[in-house]
Design a protein around this ligand. Structure first.
Ligand code: LIP
Length: 269
């Protein structure tokens, strides 16, 4: 039986190495855009691909029988029961523009259950980690602290993070949902990286996060970090989180924000 702590140790070491490469080898003129996906602004850079290649190589070298799901490389099989869910650069547009809020996110599942997550935000000097049942932590040069979400925050005082898709039609509906949210909360933050938004929920730096359209690799590690910090991550009406919709918050706040969001139909374009 593979211990979550052992998977976490490999995830942290690999994410740190990929983050170092992404900082040190980022071309001064900016990374080459090598592909666009859902729209001309949904970009993939050469560095996304290089980082995912490094991550898969390092983990496969250490654990040859594992499976992978990566944003750039798709799904590759393995017989061990362990699957690694990888976003080599979450916040790719931020990385492209040399803005600091991007991260390397690596999650590990054992027989389909999330058991370890590591998120490295190199330009902030922050490493977020969680193992199932082992708690969630933030490590910086100043030390390591256990994370805990904010609980029972009244909506009018809630700082809420969110994000937007790339397709114009979806963005128009997301703006309509935002019209229903913004007057009823303290404020909104749009950072451009789902995993960093989830880390902010876990650290109590925002009170909640919601978004339609995040993929498994965007949220795999961050959702475990929120859960291990005492928060809840789910979809609407009791559904699990999914690309359809993801809501993350502490107890009390989750229910209040869900009640505000549900009538706004946030899980449709
Ligand atoms: C990003 C997500 C973010 C979303 C962005 C983008 P990427 O992922 O983490 O939540 O709002 O539009 O999709 O593309 O940088 O890996």
């Amino acid at each position: 039986m593979t211990r979550p702590e052992d998977l976490l140790e490999l995830a942290v070491a690999t994410a740190r190495e990929a983050a170092r490469m992404l900082v040190q080898e980022r071309p001064a003129a900016g990374p080459d855009v090598v592909q666009t996906k859902s729209s001309p602004t949904d970009v993939v850079t050469a560095m996304d691909r290089a980082a995912e290649k490094l991550i898969v190589e390092r983990i496969a070298e250490a654990r040859p029988g594992d499976a992978f799901l990566g944003e750039e490389g798709g799904e590759t099989g393995g017989g061990s029961g362990v699957r690694w869910v990888i976003d080599p650069i979450d916040g790719t547009v931020n990385y492209l523009y040399d803005l600091p809020d991007w991260a390397v996110s690596i999650g590990a599942e054992a027989d389909g259950v999330p058991v370890a997550g590591a998120i490295v935000i190199p330009r902030r000097g922050e490493v977020y980690t969680a193992s199932r049942g082992g708690g969630a932590f933030l490590e910086t040069a100043g030390g390591r602290r256990r994370l805990r979400v904010n609980e029972n925050v009244p909506l009018a005082q809630a700082l809420v993070a969110t994000g937007f898709g790339y397709a114009s039609g979806r963005r128009a509906h997301q703006a309509e949902v935002l019209r229903g949210v913004l007057p009823n909360v303290r404020d909104i933050r749009r950072g451009g990286s789902a995993c960093i938004d989830l880390c902010a929920v876990a650290a109590g730096r925002v009170d909640a996060y919601y978004e339609r359209g995040t993929q498994a690799w965007d949220v795999a590690a961050g959702a475990l970090i929120v859960a291990e910090a005492g928060g809840r991550v789910a979809g609407l009406d009791g559904a699990p989180m999914s690309p359809e919709f993801t809501l993350a918050a502490g107890p009390g706040t989750f229910e209040s924000l869900h009640a505000l969001l549900a009538p706004l139909d946030p899980a449709h374009d």
